[in-house]
Design a protein around this ligand. Structure first.
Ligand SMILES: Cc1cc2nc3c(=O)[nH]c(=O)nc-3n(C[C@H](O)[C@H](O)[C@H](O)COP(=O)(O)O)c2cc1C
Length: 142
């Protein structure tokens, strides 16, 4: 079975909820690991075929704080041959809406990953609709 890792950074639990929904969607067909970004190093993601990165956006377009060092350290990786997709919640009342998703996609592209889906962005609270939409997004990842 193909192996997938979901790496998330979350301050108030919203990205964590999205990560959980993605895991539920994928686990029938993939061997899925969910990891808080604070607990792993970038090299750990090289053990997986599919890499899903989730970060909320804070303070005018910054990555969630636990993701910041990880993001810098990602520079040493070569992600060629890896399938990657990115997700994150945000709030469109902020100018830099869901910028963390864009930053992680840019970085993945620079590291030569194969981005297999457009980034998933969610505006506002993580309610039933958010969970349904991200499950739909996850169901199309392969
Ligand atoms: C102080 C503060 C700054 C924020 N800055 C942004 C921002 O620049 N862009 C954005 O899209 N959302 C921004 N948000 C919204 C958060 O990304 C949103 O609440 C998200 O769901 C938090 O997810 P988390 O609990 O996984 O960290 C901000 C929220 C707060 C409280």
């Amino acid at each position: 079975m193909e192996r997938a890792i979901i790496v998330y950074g979350s301050n108030t639990g919203n990205t964590e909820s999205l990560a959980g929904a993605v895991a539920e969607e994928l686990q029938s067909r993939l061997d899925v690991t969910v990891q808080n970004v604070a607990d792993i190093s970038p090299d750990d993601i090289l053990d997986y075929d599919l890499i899903l990165l989730g970060s909320s956006t804070w303070n005018e377009g910054e990555l969630q704080e636990d993701f910041q060092d990880f993001f810098e350290e990602m520079d040493r990786l070569d992600l060629s041959g890896k399938k990657v997709a990115v997700f994150g919640p945000g709030d469109s009342s902020w100018e830099e809406y869901c910028r963390a998703v864009d930053l992680l996609e840019e970085k993945s592209r620079e590291l030569r990953a194969d981005l297999i889906a457009p980034g998933f962005k969610w505006d506002g609270d993580i309610d039933e609709d958010a969970i349904a939409e991200i499950r739909k997004w996850a169901s199309k990842l392969h």
